[in-house]
Design a protein around this ligand. Structure first.
Ligand code: ADP
Length: 233
């Protein structure tokens, strides 16, 4: 099963890289085929730049997952107040929402919520969820980030009122390279790796990541990280 998984991973990774590289190449080939005007060259270069940036992101994600699989990528858990991580994530969420013309709200409690976490990694996981919420919510919609402490866990949720996910698709969303709508979500920049990275991060925290969603109504992603009961550092 492991070999089969590895083969599938390599095949998917090659496909994800071949598609943008061939797009970059075709754009450049068409541009140099004959003399072009300055705006035409600019257009071609902008397309190439955008597609190269996406490709770099896919490569970064693939490298991270490869390091995670080989055990060389890890998280460093420290005792920290989850509110600080969520506050920083909220600043990023606000910016994202502004770019996508969405409303953004965050809810952070008054009292400290101590967890053992890697602040950078946890923020990355939250950014993946908010980035998805922004990508899959039409203009005018809203995104909410909320932190609460319940039953020994810090519970962080990202809710949107976007396109939602079909019930049959829900079990697959955390799989590598999985996308509900291959063509459309690639257009939005995704290779289907974000949620598998978020899940790896949450797993490394001894936590749980879950999703509830309804097509046309929206999605609720939910991360739970154990509270830190014996503060030592
Ligand atoms: P991608 O880079 O394609 O967004 P992810 O692993 O982050 O990859 O997500 C996998 C797929 O799950 C997405 O392509 C999309 O179909 C679906 N998805 C994730 N988040 C949401 C959301 N908030 N609303 C609707 N669909 C979502």
């Amino acid at each position: 099963a492991a070999v089969k998984r590895m083969k599938q991973f390599t095949a998917d990774a090659s496909h994800e890289l071949r598609a943008p590289v061939s797009l970059i190449r075709t754009t450049a080939e068409v541009a140099v085929m004959r003399e072009r005007t300055a705006p035409e060259y600019r257009d071609a270069l902008e397309d190439i730049l955008e597609e190269s940036e996406r490709t770099s992101q896919v490569i970064d994600s693939l490298m991270l997952l490869a390091r995670a699989d080989s055990g060389t990528e890890s998280v460093e858990l420290h005792s920290l107040d989850a509110r600080n991580v969520v506050r920083e994530a909220a600043e990023q969420g606000e910016k994202l929402a502004r770019t996508h013309n969405l409303k953004f709200a965050s809810e952070i409690p008054q009292a400290a919520i101590l967890v053992r976490a890697d602040a950078e990694a946890l923020r990355r996981a939250l950014l993946i969820l908010m980035d998805n919420a922004a990508k899959y919510t039409p203009t005018g919609g809203s995104v909410q980030l909320k932190l609460v402490a319940v039953n020994g866990f810090a519970s962080i949720s990202v809710a949107d009122n976007g396109i939602g996910i079909a019930p049959d698709d829900l079990p697959h969303v955390f799989d590598r390279f999985w996308r509900a709508d291959k063509a459309r979500s690639r257009e939005r920049g995704g290779a289907g790796l974000g949620l598998s990275i978020a899940k790896w991060i949450v797993d490394m925290h001894g936590g749980v990541i879950e999703v509830q969603s309804e097509p046309g109504k929206g999605s609720l992603f939910h991360i739970q990280v154990p509270l830190d009961h014996n503060v030592t550092d």
